[in-house]
Design a protein around this ligand. Structure first.
Ligand SMILES: C[S@@+](CC[C@H](N)C(=O)[O-])C[C@H]1O[C@@H](n2cnc3c(N)ncnc32)[C@H](O)[C@@H]1O
Length: 263
């Protein structure tokens, strides 16, 4: 009985449950212009992976593998890790179809099943907002990075509580309820009981991410407001998507110092 109660209240179990159900619809993406979308993201990432030594990446919270394909195209070896078996099943199916290789692991971004100092890059997209302990996750990402390795974290201020943004999200869900773009899984049923336990869920511009990065000892932290990617989604997605998400994306990057510290 106790085990069943834990399953119903453990935020990570609830979050994994949501993404399991969401995996099939999520894999369809938010735009019909996938090639253009991919090229834009590659241009965003390229300045951070020009260094020839950065060749082995972990895509953490990989979902259906969006970032993994980009990094693979850019000549980087990718390992995917995600909490949700449903998301990983979608990633596996897409990898097979596209005849690509990547190692897939089911696991937790806050407790990685990898030895220390084995990746050149840890990349994530749209993950940190949904973690109960982003500080613990960043400490783990720093642990598995080699000295001089990089963190690339893309995210968005998805649940900005300002009135105009709340209005936009309200209108968006009203519109979506009349269209096929509606998320078929009830997001709020899963996230309402847990969102208060997620420090980067709400009111989270890049400055708040910056503080977590600096606390984790990440060096040379930069913020990029991703104007090209934000512009693309403004002009190539449905009105309901734009009303909820316009202009929210940013990229936070940083490095592990070149000197290995004793832990
Ligand atoms: C919004 S999706 C993003 C997926 C993918 N990165 C992308 O950009 O398309 C968030 C992903 O984070 C995963 N996730 C949530 N909590 C996680 C955790 N603690 N550890 C690993 N993955 C997690 C979810 O299962 C889901 O696949």
């Amino acid at each position: 009985m106790k085990r069943q109660d834990d399953e119903q209240t453990d935020p990570k179990k609830i979050i994994a449950g949501y993404w399991d159900l969401r995996s099939r619809s999520y894999s369809k993406g938010v735009t019909d212009f996938r090639d253009e979308e991919n090229e834009i993201w590659k241009r965003c990432l390229a300045p951070f992976i020009t260094d020839i030594r950065l060749r082995k990446a972990l895509d953490v919270g990989s979902g259906t593998g969006f970032l993994s394909y980009l990094l693979d195209d850019m000549g980087v070896d990718v390992t995917c890790l995600d909490l949700s078996r449903g998301m990983l099943a979608q990633a596996r199916e897409a990898l097979l179809q596209k005849r690509r290789n990547a190692d897939l692991f089911q696991g937790d971004a806050e407790a990685l099943p990898f030895r220390s100092s084995c990746f050149d890059i840890v990349a994530s997209r749209h993950l940190l907002w949904t973690l109960p302990d982003p500080g613990k996750a960043l400490a783990e990402w720093m642990r598995v990075l080699k000295p001089g390795g990089r963190i690339l974290a893309i995210d968005g201020n998805w649940f900005d509580p300002t009135v105009s943004k709340r209005l936009g999200r309200g209108l968006s869900s009203l519109l979506a309820s009349f269209s096929q773009s509606r998320n078929p899984v009830p997001f709020h049923k899963f996230y309402d009981p847990v969102w208060q336990e997620l420090p980067l869920y709400r009111a989270c511009g890049p400055e708040k991410y910056l503080a977590f990065f600096e606390d984790a000892g990440v060096e040379n932290v930069t913020i990029d407001r991703l104007s090209e990617a934000n512009g693309f989604y403004k002009s190539h997605t449905s009105l309901s998507y734009r009303l909820a998400n316009a202009g929210t994306l940013f990229l936070v990057t940083g490095e592990k110092g070149k000197q290995e510290t004793k832990s």
